[in-house]
Design a protein around this ligand. Structure first.
Ligand code: ATP
Ligand code: MG
Length: 417
């Protein structure tokens, strides 16, 4: 017996309609926001994530699935979606297409984490990325897109936002942070000691209780923003206010990845405990340049589909029922079974969900099975039916029957009479 790898999940056939529902909602939101789908490979050269996500992050430092391929290249399964999209953007010269370039993706992502509820080693993200605009309107639009996606799914999550400034204000802030953390450093975790040297901002994101406690009184980045970043943040907040979108400013949101600048945000659900962040995003104005492209602003978010499904299931969200056969056609012997086969084939050609027997069951057993499937109509083809050129269509919900010629079944079913 070979089991599923640790930290991964199967989606069974009787559950997949939930995934399709969430993915359809993602596609529908993307459609009205004029975002177009982009698909990038599941694996990339490791260097992309080292440079794009940042070597001081947990994702790159501890969580990547990295291996050498048979040609001796270092390959990594994508731990997130943005770096690949940025790479393809640069590689395909999309900077010369009309701006902004608005994209979305639905992708698996891989992180070697300690598996727990809402934290897997393979998980899935719906993400959007908008390239080319530095306007606060775009920040607001991205936040709205995330909010309407969650609303569509009936997921209640609070919005927390922050600004982590640009290179200029951040280097000032990092100095301020170092001054603050220096006297506490002895009591902090090993990772924070490294962060202190390489990227003090990350210390605000530590999950260790003691480090968290110390970080609580650290100076706030929102008090240290340069004039432009401060104005930008104010603008974004005004736009959210203008649309009545509620949020709180949380100065501890720094996001797990290094490429963020200015606006960062998370949607957090209180329904699923520690892994409550269902969607995270922000601006990453430095990423394209850092990956060798021109200097070009960008912003996006990624929502974790597994976490959304957990919230939806915990709150009894409504999932539209999976499709059921509209008609089950039963046959009795070789000749009538073959007729059932051809009637079903014709209906399927026209888009009707039609089912027939595959198990050589008796008529009685077929009807029982049709009932289990939830077929709306059932037709039994016997010798008489063959001779008459038609069937009795039985409506399973009210028991009514109607004689219908073989050639009229489609019209009858689609009229719903
Ligand atoms: P966390 O702080 O929970 O580890 P993160 O900051 O690492 O999250 P992001 O890189 O921003 O997460 O990814 C965006 C979203 O993807 C998260 O908000 C979450 O919903 C989902 N996600 C991230 N890691 C996992 C995982 N290991 N398993 C399931 N979903 C995940
Ligand atoms: Mg993480």
């Amino acid at each position: 017996m070979i089991n599923i790898p640790k930290g991964t999940k199967d989606v069974l056939p009787d559950q997949s309609y939930k995934w399709q529902y969430v993915e359809n909602a993602a596609r529908e939101v993307s459609r009205v926001y004029a975002l177009r789908e982009v698909r990038t490979p599941t694996f990339e050269y490791t260097e992309l994530f080292n440079r794009g996500v940042g070597e001081t992050t947990d994702v790159v430092g501890k969580e990547m699935y990295t291996f050498e391929d048979k040609g001796g290249r270092s390959i990594t399964l994508k731990p997130e979606g943005t770096a690949g999209v940025a790479r393809t953007f640069i590689e395909n010269g999309l900077a010369s297409s009309p701006m902004p370039l608005k994209t979305f993706y639905i992708t698996p992502a891989f992180r070697y984490e300690r598996p727990q509820a809402g934290r897997l080693r393979e998980f899935h993200q719906f993400g959007i990325e908008i390239f080319g605009s530095s306007a606060p309107q775009t920040d607001a639009e991205v936040i709205f897109a995330a909010s309407s996606f969650l609303k569509k799914l009936g997921v209640k999550a609070r919005l927390e936002i922050n600004s982590i400034g640009c290179k200029t204000c951040r280097s000032e802030y990092n100095k301020t942070l170092k001054n603050y953390f220096a006297p506490h450093l002895e009591q902090m975790c090993e990772t924070c000691k490294t962060r202190f040297e390489k990227n003090p901002l990350r210390m605000l994101d530590c999950k260790e209780d003691n480090c968290k406690k110390i970080a609580l009184s650290a100076p706030r980045i929102t008090d240290c923003l340069c004039e432009e970043c401060s104005a930008h943040f104010k603008n974004v907040k005004n736009l959210l206010d203008g649309q009545g979108l509620q949020y709180t400013v949380n100065p501890f949101i720094v996001r797990g990845l290094d490429y963020y600048t200015r606006t960062v945000f998370e949607f957090v659900s209180d329904e699923i405990g520690a892994q409550g962040t269902v969607c995270g995003g922000g601006r990453y104005d430095g990423l394209i340049e850092q990956l060798g492209g021109s200097s070009l602003p960008a912003i996006g978010f990624a929502a974790g589909i597994e976490r959304l499904l957990i919230v939806m299931e915990n709150t009894g969200a409504h999932f539209p029922e999976a499709d059921k056969p509209l008609i089950y056609i039963a046959g009795m012997d070789e000749e009538t079974r073959s007729k059932a086969f051809s009637v079903a084939a014709e209906l399927r050609q026209k888009g009707i969900i039609a089912e027939i027997d595959h198990m050589s069951r008796s008529v009685k057993a077929q009807l029982k099975y049709a009932d289990k499937l939830g077929a709306k109509y059932v037709a039994v083809i016997g010798g008489d039916e063959l001779a008459n050129g038609g069937v009795n269509l039985k409506n399973m919900s009210d028991g009514t029957q109607c004689a219908v010629k073989f050639g009229d079944i489609y019209t009858y079913l689609t009229k719903g009479e």
